[in-house]
Design a protein around this ligand. Structure first.
Ligand code: ZN
Ligand code: FE
Ligand code: FE
Ligand code: ZN
Length: 271
């Protein structure tokens, strides 16, 4: 089985295409499942430039996922997901939102350290104004907390802090290991996210050294392109599938109604 569980749409204001465009691309590629995982609406105007409003979720996104799931049901399984931000202070709101809507899976992401959108190119200069080692520490601590929050099923792009190519001077091992142990303890899975290849770092998330630890801890893996354009669906999945074989025993986690199953990954069918 081959799936892409991480896709966006025009509704987040920094992606193009609607749900239909992404699903059609997945169909074209011969995928078995596609997950629609737009950025979650957030309360109090939080990062509203990069996400849909609650009204847009209810009136546009949710109904279009339902409609398209029904339209293509004999050809591809469309899973209802969401990419939910972990941000201290908003947990109750996010928990309520997730409870109120019927998701197949919930991806948990850390995109902010305090008020710093560290993965936003607009604020990239802040890396040079900060101590990169402590940025890495803060980032992995936030991921650890996100895992312990009980809100999510999948940990997104788990070493996103490397996006622009900033590297810590110290070994990442202990920091990553403690975080992965928390992810394991919480029973979550981690996505292999190919979007890093399209960013300055030009690496898949997570890196091979983290994947080694994931294998050691037997943490399940899933697959996502983090597509912000329909052409990104399934991008570089030949490489991702090779990593699944190497670090995940050839199995991927798939979801329905937030129940996880592990299935054999298949090779990517060339389009
Ligand atoms: Zn995005
Ligand atoms: Fe993200
Ligand atoms: Fe995303
Ligand atoms: Zn993402």
């Amino acid at each position: 089985m081959i799936v892409d569980y991480h896709t966006h749409t025009f509704l987040c204001k920094h992606a193009e295409g609607d749900v239909d465009d992404y699903v059609l691309r997945a169909l074209e590629l011969g995928f078995d499942e596609i997950g629609c995982s737009e950025h979650i609406p957030m309360p109090g105007g939080f990062d509203e430039k990069h996400r849909m409003s609650l009204e847009e979720y209810v009136n546009i996104y949710a109904p279009s996922v339902s409609e398209i799931r029904e339209r293509y049901k004999s050809r591809i399984r469309v899973r209802r997901g969401i990419e939910a931000d972990f941000f201290p202070g908003t947990e109750d709101w996010v928990r309520g939102f997730i409870k109120e809507h019927d998701f197949d899976f919930v991806i948990g992401s850390v995109h902010f350290l305090g008020s710093w959108g560290f993965d936003d190119i607009v604020f990239v200069h802040q890396y040079s104004e900060r101590d990169v080692d402590s940025v890495y520490e803060q980032y992995f601590q936030a991921v650890r907390k996100s895992a312990a929050s009980g809100l999510f099923d999948v940990i997104a792009h788990c070493d996103l802090v490397k996006k622009f190519g900033h590297r810590p001077t110290k070994s990442l091992r202990d920091l990553a290991w403690e975080t992965l142990r928390e992810i394991k303890k919480a029973g979550l899975c981690i996505e292999i996210n190919t979007s890093g290849l399209r960013k300055p770092v030009k690496e898949i998330y997570p890196s091979d050294s983290i994947l080694e630890m994931i294998r050691e801890l037997a943490i399940p893996l899933t697959l996502g392109s983090d597509a912000h354009s329909p052409g990104d669906v399934g991008r570089d999945f030949d490489r991702a599938v090779a990593l699944i074989e190497r670090y995940g025993g050839g199995h991927i986690a798939v979801f329905e109604g937030r129940e996880r199953r592990e299935v054999r990954v298949s090779r990517v069918v060339p389009a």
